[in-house]
Ligand binder design. Structure first.
Ligand code: ADE
Length: 224
C-alpha cells in the first residue's frame, strides 16, 4: 500500500512511521508513506498557502490552488482509491473503517490546518472525511498518523502472526480480554489459574467470557 500525505508540517510526520510495526511494514515493502509539503505547490510569494476567510471571522483558510496543484501533480503518477480529508467534522474513525482501508492500494490523506481548507476542494476532490474523535487538534497530521498506524498494521503480511490482529479489541465488537506475563506471582498478585492450566479450550472460553464482561462494563454500546 502507498499512502501519500499532503501537509504544511511534514516534520510532524517524520517519526510515527519509522518504528515498531509500521517500520517492519515498510521494511517488508508492504507500506510506503510519503509526505508532500503543500508549500512546494504554491505559486504565491513566501510559500503562502493560506489566506483570510471570505466573509470575515477568525483564523486562516488553506487556499484551493496549492491543494489542487499538489493533488494533480500526484495524480499524474497515482490513481488513488480514496482521497481522505482529516477533519473533526468527518465520520468518526473506527476499526471497521480501518479494516476497509487496509485493503486499498493507494491512499491520499490531506491534513488541514488553521480554520480548515477551502470548501470547494472538499466538494470536488475529497472522497472521504475522517475524524479521529470529538475534539479539535491543531491540524490533521496527528490524526493522519493515527489512521495510517491503525491501517498499516492490518495490511496482510505486516503482523507476524496474522491472528494477532483478529484478536484485537473491536475486531469482533468486543474489547480485548486481560493479558498477563511473567512473573506468575508479583507482590502476592497471582495470574488467573486457568491461564496456567495448559487447557487451551478452557483458556479460549475464559478469554471470550472476560472480553464479554469487559465490553458489558465499559462499552455496552458495542454489544447493541
Ligand atoms: N483535525 C483537527 N481535529 C481533528 C480530529 N479530531 N480528527 C481528524 N482531523 C482533525
Amino acid at each position: 500500500m502507498k499512502v501519500d500525505i499532503i501537509t504544511v508540517v511534514p516534520d510532524l510526520l517524520s517519526s510515527p512511521f519509522s518504528h515498531s510495526i509500521l517500520k517492519r511494514a515498510s521494511d517488508k515493502g508492504l507500506l510506503k508513506v510519503n509526505t508532500i509539503n503543500l508549500r512546494d505547490h504554491t505559486t504565491y510569494s513566501r510559500a503562502q498557502v493560506d489566506d483570510y476567510p471570505f466573509g470575515g471571522g477568525a483564523g486562516m483558510v488553506i487556499m484551493i490552488e496549492p491543494l489542487v496543484n499538489a493533488i494533480e501533480a500526484l495524480q499524474k503518477n497515482t490513481a488513488y482509491d480514496e482521497v481522505i480529508f482529516l477533519t473533526p467534522d468527518g465520520e468518526t474513525f473506527n476499526q471497521k473503517i480501518a479494516n476497509t482501508l487496509s485493503l486499498k492500494e493507494n491512499l491520499l490523506l490531506i491534513c488541514g490546518h488553521y480554520k480548515g481548507i477551502d470548501q470547494r476542494f472538499r466538494d470536488h476532490f475529497i472522497t472521504k472525511e475522517i475524524s479521529i474523535g470529538d475534539y479539535v487538534l491543531s491540524g490533521g497530521e496527528l490524526a493522519a498518523a493515527v489512521v495510517v498506524d491503525a491501517i498499516g498494521r492490518l495490511i496482510p503480511g505486516v503482523l507476524n502472526d496474522e491472528t494477532s490482529a483478529l484478536t484485537d479489541s473491536f475486531q469482533d465488537n468486543l474489547l480485548a480480554p486481560p493479558v498477563y506475563t511473567r512473573p506468575e506471582i508479583f507482590r502476592g498478585w497471582k495470574v488467573p489459574e486457568i491461564l496456567m492450566s495448559g487447557n487451551h479450550k478452557l483458556i479460549d472460553e475464559w478469554r471470550h467470557q472476560e472480553a464479554v464482561n469487559r465490553t458489558k462494563e465499559r462499552r455496552s454500546d458495542l454489544l447493541d
